[in-house]
Design a protein around this ligand. Structure first.
Ligand SMILES: [Fe+2]
Length: 419
């Protein structure tokens, strides 16, 4: 092991006490919950325990234990760690639970979470664009301010590029450090970006760090497990597409998923935007193979990243094709500190844009209304709109018009990528 690798192990140690605990869903959010965590490699076996939450500190005596599925992962530092996972099943809907992970005397704290309601119930969630860089020093304030603004968020959604170097144990360590216990109590819904892709044994591939950490329903395409999936949560179908590979093959799956969707609202997330906001970037393949399906099925919101700017645009559909206040809303946002310039085209075509601004979004879902708020890391409302759903499934969009002027650099970008 090199000295540099040794220093990294010291900074982000693998310990017998569980760390990097992450709550997500690999099945029905009303009756199941999935947890992943890691320990040192010597701890080959670990356990999850769950009980009904109670103010009585003896809550653990009736806890149910589930032995974790465990695997050894070779880290980029040269050392190894054990990654563990359990799925708690048979839970009661809309019920507060407490869980912990570990073994013998090496337990995590008890974390609490509430299972989803069966069927529709209003809720809110948080959406982040790319975190990617300076996760500990700069992204931490985005997730922490988001939590202050939406403490009862039902989940936190990450639209790719959570880190910069896909296999970097240091960067994943910083991502977990920034969110801390929030990752263990508020389910994480994530889709991979290009920075979650690196060199595998057979060419470009999803980082080996993804699946040990993120587990989602296996209802997507074979081979794209944990990156292409859908989750139904309290009246909303949340769909994750993988914009990094096999995009054309995902189109029929998307068509099927949206045409059999009984939920009131539909939110789709993927990394590479349908409408790029940054200078010199375009994703015509995404526009060609996915956008007609998103429009046809009147997807309400498309949450994207990649362009390190803020941009929002709605595209009318169907009978309302001439109504500029309707249709699918496409958003690009950024939560970390890496910033690009807004392209001259996006400046003209987008309803609201922003540069050099770290943001998070709070989205409130009601039966016939959806409210979207983009907020800066100072907690200030930067952009907002409300969708009202009509009987035919079409939306009417009302601008919230925050008083804050557009945050743009003093000189517009010239159209060169290196602006
Ligand atoms: Fe990206």
């Amino acid at each position: 092991m090199t000295l540099a690798a040794l220093a990294l192990c010291f900074a982000w140690p693998q310990t017998t006490t569980p760390s990097r605990v992450l709550l997500s869903w690999s099945d029905d959010p009303a009756t199941t919950a999935t947890v992943s965590w890691r320990t040192d490699a010597a701890t080959a076996e670990s356990v999850g325990q769950i009980a009904l939450a109670s103010p009585d500190p003896r809550l653990g005596k009736d806890a149910q234990s589930v032995v974790a599925a465990s695997q050894t992962v070779e880290l980029d530092t040269g050392s190894k760690a054990s990654y563990h996972r359990v799925t708690f099943t048979g839970l009661k809907p809309e019920t507060l639970y407490a869980y912990r992970v570990g073994e013998q005397n090496e337990w995590s704290e008890w974390f609490q979470f509430k299972t989803a309601a069966q069927g529709f119930k209003p809720f809110q969630f948080v959406y982040f664009g790319d975190a990617q860089n300076n996760l500990k020093s700069m992204w931490s304030r985005a997730i922490r301010q988001a939590h202050r603004d939406a403490p009862y968020a039902a989940f936190m959604l990450h639209a790719g590029d959570l880190v910069d170097k896909p296999d970097s144990d240091k960067e994943w360590g910083e991502w977990f450090y920034a969110g801390g216990w929030l990752h263990a109590q508020i389910p994480v819904v994530a889709t991979p970006g290009n920075h979650e892709y690196g060199r595998g044994p057979e060419g470009r591939a999803l980082t080996r760090m993804w699946r040990p950490q993120f587990s989602y329903p296996k209802n997507g395409l074979p081979g794209l497990e944990d990156t292409v999936y859908s989750i139904d949560f309290q009246g909303v179908r949340i769909v994750s597409l993988n914009s990094n590979e096999r995009q054309e093959e995902q189109a029929p799956w998307l068509e099927k998923t949206l045409s059999t969707n009984p939920q009131l609202w539909t939110i789709v997330t993927f990394h590479h935007p349908v409408y790029s906001t940054a200078v010199g970037r375009d994703n015509p393949l995404i526009r060609r193979v996915w956008q007609p399906i998103l429009q046809k099925h009147k997807v309400d919101l498309v949450l994207q990243g990649h362009d390190h700017t803020y941009g929002r645009k709605n595209v009318p559909t169907g009978a309302n094709v001439r109504d500029p206040k309707s249709g699918t809303v496409y958003v690009v946002s950024v939560s970390g500190p890496k910033m690009y310039r807004i392209s001259p085209e996006a400046l003209k075509e987008m309803t609201r844009v922003g540069e050099y601004t770290q943001l998070y979004q709070v989205i409130k879902v009601d039966r016939s209304k959806l409210r979207f708020e983009a907020r800066t890391t100072s907690g200030e409302l930067y952009d907002g709109f409300e969708l009202t759903k009509g009987r035919d499934g079409s939306n009417t969009l009302r601008e919230i018009n925050p008083e804050v002027p557009a945050r743009l650099e003093p000189t517009p970008a010239t159209g060169r990528k290196d602006d």
